[in-house]
Ligand binder design. Structure first.
Ligand SMILES: NC(=O)c1ccc[n+]([C@@H]2O[C@H](COP(=O)([O-])OP(=O)(O)OC[C@H]3O[C@@H](n4cnc5c(N)ncnc54)[C@H](O)[C@@H]3O)[C@@H](O)[C@H]2O)c1
Length: 218
């Protein structure tokens, strides 16, 4: 990201805006209003205008936003204008699915190296990505200049690996394990928890849905 500070909630919405702007660009659209954006990304237009205001005057009243310049701006802000290589540690059920997916939606992020302790898979290439043994972790991360890692190992292995990653100079960990890993201030952790997401969804449906109460209980 560019080095100015924006609120975390705004930062989280940027990829959403970026994806829709890309869609508009590919459809040949030159202008978009905040109302139109709002309907597409399901964020209210006042929030969109406020989000955009953090980046300076990007839109004009009654005219909307210029798609290409917004897109170029967000691409730069989100570092979409260059390729980020990430590593994946733990090529089991989940790791394998992520390798197979490998962020096909975007050209700016890809898993370029994977690591595991299982000798049956180390030394092989899966979905085009080489699987290295864990004793090559530090050298490969350094040689490939990787400083972002996806962690899909069993819980009990997560902290030791995190400590190694921290020592190796990694700056970001996308943590799929249920363990809340400890890291120094120099490392940012993003936790992904599908159970949490589902429970949040269920909570919102139960408490904020417009469905009649009786139907919601079934
Ligand atoms: N966040 C979520 O929503 C979500 C969903 C599913 C699974 N998970 C978590 O993701 C993790 C992986 O789940 P899974 O079902 O793929 O498990 P899995 O057992 O299929 O895969 C784990 C892989 O990690 C490897 N491994 C074990 N110890 C290692 C070590 N010290 N270093 C490197 N690799 C090691 C194993 O060889 C295996 O390939 C678990 O912690 C699980 O709880 C999270």
């Amino acid at each position: 990201m560019a080095d100015f500070k924006i609120p975390k909630a705004t930062a989280k919405r940027l990829p959403l805006y970026y994806r829709y702007l890309n869609f508009l660009h590919n459809a040949g659209k030159e202008k978009v209003s905040s109302t139109e954006l709002s309907e597409a990304v399901k964020v209210d237009s006042a929030t969109i205008r406020r989000d955009f205001s953090y980046f300076g005057a990007l839109g004009k009243r009654g005219y909307g936003y210029d798609v290409d310049s917004l897109l170029a701006f967000f691409a730069k802000t989100l570092n979409q204008d260059h390729l980020t290589n990430v590593a994946l540690i733990g090529v089991g059920n989940l790791g394998h699915a992520l390798l197979n997916y490998n962020f096909r939606q975007t050209n700016s992020v890809r898993i370029s190296a994977a690591f595991d302790v299982n000798p049956d898979i180390t030394g092989t290439i899966q979905s085009g990505v080489p699987i290295y043994p864990m004793d090559e972790l530090e050298t490969q991360l350094k040689d490939q200049q990787i400083d972002i890692v996806i962690l899909t190992v069993p819980t009990q292995a997560a902290q030791d690996i995190t400590d190694r990653l921290t020592k190796a100079g990694v700056h970001g960990i996308l943590n799929f394990t249920p363990l809340r890993i400890s890291v120094p201030d120099t490392v940012r952790v993003q936790n992904v928890d599908l159970v949490n997401e589902l429970q949040t969804l269920i909570y919102f449906i139960d408490h904020y849905s417009n469905r009649p109460k009786e139907e919601a209980k079934q």
